[in-house]
Design a protein around this ligand. Structure first.
Ligand SMILES: [Zn+2]
Length: 436
């Protein structure tokens, strides 16, 4: 977690690039130069936008340069546009990884340019924003779609009270007591790490620390530190149900954000010296891959029945919960998970101005079945992170479809790990998932 300051300015760079193009059109040299300029611009925009730089572990002088002299946001936008034009006019490399890198830089620069505009006050419509910032447009679902899913839940949780009250009453039977959070999370992390290591070679020096925090608009956050180290923060503002242990251990840690960042650092930054990966720009297509793979990774590391068996054997007893209730809990969870796309509808309407905050909260409590405090927390998240919300649900769907259409189906777990690992080690972006 850090707040970068200013910018480096690079007047001679583009001139150098232009002269290089004529000689080394197929060499990676121009891309390397563009990549360095991209990093400087991201660090610089971070001075104007404290949420932008999620992680940076490149040369400390680059950060110091950015701290020292920051161009204005309009100037950063202008330089991003120039770099984008330079990338677009280049012949993409012939090899797959080179081609993916070229496309990655192009899309990340589009997002950087859009975020520079945002910092200056430009607010795009929800779908327009997600297209330029996250390289994807999430499908729209009507209230009738969610109403049909709620019927399924009505049948699984019969009773006279309103459905949300029934669900909340049900959930309170599955809370992890505050004094057991540490132990339960540690056990979930150990199991996810053990299983992930069986399939993915993670650098041996990797480590991962957990902190419990309050007063945040998110429920968990991975702050990648470089050198395969992460700090994971878990927000304990609201009660934590038992499913969050494996969800957060897998999503933030293994094989989620921590592993994704460690693999990018190992394969792209250290082995290839592709420095654009030393900075993680939050409002960018990379985040859809990060959140989508972190969510899908939960099913990869502990699929269905294996998860329930592990929780019955280990987590439920540690949390003081009855293991015999685990199956019913996850049956209900599997239905409520399908309501995740309702978050996009609340965010789309709220950010487009077609509904107000109270209506967004109503959508979240009615169709996503969130408790009132959680729906309020979610609207604060939406205000701050905006169309980022699609990265979780639509991202998960895109990653799942990509992995499965490449042979990584649930009946072929080894292949699933392989495709998943390759995705985490490559510069593939959302539109690239759709192409296959
Ligand atoms: Zn995440």
């Amino acid at each position: 977690m850090f707040k970068p300051s200013s910018l480096i300015s690079h007047p001679p760079l583009l001139i150098t690039l232009i002269s290089l193009f004529s000689v080394f059109v197929t060499s990676s040299q121009p891309l390397d130069s563009i990549a360095r300029s991209y990093v400087h611009l991201v660090l610089s925009l971070g001075k104007h936008d404290p949420d932008l730089v999620d992680a940076y572990y490149g040369p400390s002088e680059w950060m110091a340069d950015a701290e020292r002299q920051a161009p204005s946001a309009p100037e950063i936008g202008r330089q991003a546009r120039e770099l984008l034009n330079a990338v677009t006019s280049m012949q993409p490399p012939k090899d797959t990884m080179g081609r993916l890198r070229h496309e990655y830089l192009r899309k990340q620069l589009i997002a950087l340019h859009a975020r520079a505009d945002f910092v200056q006050g430009t607010k795009l419509k929800f779908d327009d924003e997600s297209r330029v910032m996250f390289d994807a447009v999430a499908p729209t679902y009507s209230e009738a779609h969610f109403a049909a899913l709620l019927k399924e839940l009505e049948a699984a949780l019969p009773g006279k009270e309103p459905l949300l009250d029934r669900l909340e009453g049900f959930r309170t039977r599955f809370l992890i007591p505050r004094d057991k959070l540490d132990t339960v999370f540690a056990a979930a992390i150990a199991e996810c790490r053990r299983r992930t290591r069986e399939h993915i070679a993670i650098p041996s020096e990797e480590s991962f620390a957990v902190e419990f925090v309050t007063g945040k608009p998110w429920s968990g956050y991975n702050w990648y530190q470089g050198n395969s180290r992460s700090i994971i923060q878990v927000n304990v503002d609201l009660p934590i149900t038992i499913d969050r242990a494996v969800d957060l251990a897998a999503h933030e840690g293994y094989p989620g954000h921590h592993v994704y960042n460690a693999l990018l650092e190992q394969h792209l930054v250290r082995e290839k010296r592709w420095m654009e990966f030393s900075v993680y720009m939050l409002f960018s297509p990379q985040s859809l891959i990060a959140e989508g793979s972190a969510n899908y990774g939960i099913d990869v590391v502990l699929p269905g029945k294996e998860r329930i068996a592990f929780e019955q054997r280990v987590l439920f007893p540690l949390a003081g919960l009855d293991p015999n209730t685990a199956e019913q809990y996850y049956k209900i969870q599997s239905i409520t998970a399908k309501l995740a796309f309702a978050h996009n509808e609340a965010a789309r309407g709220f950010l487009n101005g077609t509904i107000d905050r109270a209506q967004a909260i109503r959508l979240l409590t009615t169709y996503a079945l969130m408790s009132l405090p959680r729906a309020e927390q979610r609207t604060r998240f939406i205000e701050r992170y905006r169309s980022y919300v699609i990265n979780y649900n639509y991202g998960q769907e895109l990653v799942k479809t990509y992995v499965e259409s490449n042979g990584g189906t649930s009946d072929n777990p080894d292949r699933r790990w392989e495709v998943f690992k390759d995705l985490l080690s490559s510069p593939r972006l959302p539109s690239g998932l759709m192409k296959n």
